[in-house]
Design a protein around this ligand. Structure first.
Ligand code: G3H
Ligand code: 13P
Ligand code: ZN
Length: 335
C-alpha cells in the first residue's frame, strides 16, 4: 500500500475549487504509453497548468498497472526536471467499474478515482459510489461519480443513446454518496464519431458539418441544484478536421468523424465544469503523425523517428487545449 502523497501527486479537491472560482477547467488526458505521458507533462509544464493523468481499465490491461503507477511517479520528477518546482499532477482512474478496481488503484497510489455506476439502476449506483467514497476518503483520495449515460463506447460498456442527467437526482446523489465531483451527460460521447452527419448542419462559411449544441439547459439546472459543486464532462474531444484529413490522406479511413466544437467546451469551462476529459484527440494526433512518416519515409524503421513526431504533434494539441479551450494555463497554486 502506498499513498499518493508519497509519490508527489495531489488529489483534485483544491484544484477543482480554484477552477470553479476562476472560470476554467482542468485537462484530464488519458495515457497508455510513454510518448503520451511525456507530451502531457511537457505541455502542462510549459503552460504552467495543473493536469489530470487518466488511466482507464483498458490502459491498465495494456500497459500494466504497476508500470503506469511508476510512470506517474516519474512524471512528477520529470516535471520538476523541466523546471516546474511545484507541479500539480493527479493520477486518476477513468471509468472504474467496481469497488475492487477502485480499491486496487487507491492502494497502488492513485490520488483520484472515478466509479462509473451510470449504467446501473439509480439505487445501485448510489450504493456502489458511496462504498468507494467511504474507502477512498480514508486516504484523502477524491472520487468522481456519474449520473446519466453517454452514448457510445465506455470501455466494455456501449450505449446506443444518451440519457441526459436528471437534475432532480443530483442533490440526493451527491449528498448520499459524498462524492467529490459529478460527471454528467449533456450530449457529449466517447470516441471520434460523436454525431451522425444527418444530425448536423453545414456551416455555409466553412462548408464543415456543425453538430447540434450541447444541452446547456441541463448543465444550468444541475448547477442550480448544486451550486459550486465540481462537474465533469467526459467525451470532450473535438476531433480536429486537419488530423482526420491527414489520417485519410495517408491511407487511413475515418469517415464522417465529428467531435464537440471547441467553442462549446470553452463555454462549459467557464461554468462549474472543472474537469474536461480528452482522449480521442490524442489518438488522432498520434495516428496522423505516424501515418505521415510511414507514407513519406517508407524506409524508416526506427520507432523514435515516427513516435517522436507523434509525441510532438500530441504536445501541440495538449497545449492548444490548455491555452485556447480550457484556460488552465498559469493556474498552478505555486509557479
Ligand atoms: O472513456 C474512454 C476513454 O477514452 C478510455 O478509452 O477504455 O479504450 O482506454 P479506453
Ligand atoms: P473522448 O473520446 O471524447 O476523448 O473522451 C474521453 C473520455 O471521456 C475519457 O473518459
Ligand atoms: Zn469518459
Amino acid at each position: 500500500m502506498v499513498n499518493y502523497k508519497e509519490l508527489g501527486l495531489v488529489n483534485t479537491r483544491d484544484m477543482f475549487a480554484r477552477a470553479i472560482k476562476g472560470g476554467y477547467a482542468i485537462p484530464a488526458f488519458n495515457f497508455n504509453n510513454m510518448e503520451q505521458l511525456q507530451a502531457i507533462i511537457k505541455a502542462a509544464v510549459e503552460t504552467k497548468s495543473p493536469v489530470i493523468l487518466q488511466v482507464s481499465k483498458g490502459a491498465r490491461n495494456y500497459a500494466n498497472q504497476t508500470l503506469l503507477r511508476y510512470m506517474a511517479e516519474g512524471a512528477v520528477a520529470y516535471a520538476k526536471e523541466l523546471g516546474c518546482e511545484h507541479p500539480e499532477i493527479v493520477l486518476h482512474l477513468d471509468h472504474g467499474d467496481s469497488f475492487e478496481l477502485c480499491k486496487s488503484c487507491i492502494d497502488l497510489g492513485f490520488s483520484s478515482v472515478m466509479i462509473d455506476g451510470s449504467h446501473l439502476p439509480y439505487e445501485e449506483n448510489v450504493a456502489l459510489t458511496k462504498k468507494v467514497v467511504e474507502y477512498a476518503h480514508q486516504f484523502d483520495v477524491t472520487v468522481e461519480g456519474e449520473l446519466g449515460v453517454l452514448a457510445g463506447v465506455e470501455d466494455e460498456v456501449c450505449a446506443e443513446h444518451h440519457t441526459y442527467t436528471n437534475p432532480e437526482e443530483v442533490i440526493d446523489f451527491a449528498t448520499r454518496t459524498g462524492c467529490d465531483s459529478l460527471a454528467i451527460s449533456i450530449g457529449t460521447s466517447h470516441g471520434a464519431y460523436k454525431f451522425k452527419p444527418e444530425q448536423c448542419h453545414v456551416d455555409p462559411a466553412t462548408g464543415r458539418l456543425v453538430p447540434p449544441p450541447l444541452a446547456f439547459e441541463v448543465l444550468d439546472a444541475v448547477m442550480e441544484k448544486l451550486p459550486g459543486f465540481p462537474i465533469v464532462l467526459h467525451g470532450s474531444s473535438s476531433v480536429p478536421q486537419e488530423e482526420v484529413d491527414t489520417i485519410n490522406k495517408f491511407g487511413g479511413k475515418l469517415d464522417a468523424a465529428i467531435g464537440i466544437p471547441e467553442e462549446e467546451l470553452r463555454k462549459a469551462a467557464k461554468s462549474a465544469v472543472c474537469k474536461i476529459n480528452i482522449d480521442s484527440d490524442s489518438r488522432l494526433a498520434m495516428t496522423a503523425a505516424i501515418r505521415q512518416v510511414f507514407a513519406e519515409k517508407p524506409a524508416e524503421f526506427d520507432p523514435r523517428k515516427y513516435l517522436g513526431p507523434a509525441r510532438d504533434n500530441m504536445e501541440k494539441m495538449y497545449k492548444h487545449k490548455i491555452l485556447n479551450v480550457l484556460g488552465s494555463d498559469g493556474k498552478l497554486a505555486q509557479c
